[in-house]
Design a protein around this ligand. Structure first.
Ligand SMILES: C[S@@+](CC[C@H](N)C(=O)[O-])C[C@H]1O[C@@H](n2cnc3c(N)ncnc32)[C@H](O)[C@@H]1O
Length: 192
């Protein structure tokens, strides 16, 4: 419950960066992660872990040998995640610097990128910059997964984001809607 309260507090102080009033639920996390073969991956990156709901689900599905990093911009979330989660490298940073953050850790390619970023709150230039970083960081057979809020996905910035996905990924599949998520949401599963 403490995490949910902190999430809401962070939303009140910075709605444009947090982008939702509550963390994702486990049903949405399953829609995002089912079918991703996380157990086969050797490097996994999460963008915008927030209070770590999806992070914890990823941890259940990866092997003990995987390198798992989560990049979060909000210092309060970083602090909280560092105290609660181990076996994940929490990096305080901006997803727009993804390749630089990886290079400084001697990594040039990752197998899976899982995003919890609020795309519909971002301007086109930020969407483009992060998607370009993700596409450069992903291995040729890599997977990119993200979510969108139902209804909001019809707003101009969200529609622009869906179009941009097509610029960077050859195959994009949309899951069903998780109605019980707050707000309801679905996932996009993307391959280069
Ligand atoms: C909609 S919340 C999702 C949080 C969590 N993934 C979940 O599903 O509950 C968006 C998260 O992205 C983070 N964020 C926003 N912009 C970011 C950026 N440029 N780089 C890294 N994290 C960012 C926010 O601080 C917040 O934790």
């Amino acid at each position: 419950m403490g995490s949910r309260i902190n999430f809401f507090k962070q939303y009140i102080s910075n709605p444009g960066s947090i982008g939702a009033v509550a963390p994702s639920g486990k049903i949405l996390a399953s829609l995002m992660l089912d079918g991703i073969s996380l157990d086969q991956a050797s490097t996994v990156v999460e963008l915008g872990p927030g209070t770590g709901v999806i992070t914890s689900e990823i941890q259940k599905r990866i092997s003990s040998k995987v390198r798992f990093m989560a990049i979060e911009k909000n210092p309060s979330f970083v602090n909280d995640l560092n105290q609660r989660l181990d076996q994940v490298e929490i990096i305080e940073g901006d997803a727009t610097h993804l390749t630089r953050l990886l290079e400084s850790r001697q990594l040039d390619q990752v197998d899976v990128v899982i995003s919890g970023l609020p795309w519909a709150a971002f301007d086109g230039s930020i969407q483009d910059s992060i998607l370009s970083e993700v596409a450069s960081a992903l291995a040729p057979e890599g997977r990119f997964v993200t979510f969108a809020y139902g209804g909001i996905h019809l707003f101009p910035k969200a529609r622009a984001f869906r179009q941009r996905l097509g610029k960077y990924f050859g195959k994009i599949e949309r899951t069903q809607l998780a109605w019980r998520n707050l707000p309801p949401a679905f996932a996009y599963h993307c391959n280069k």
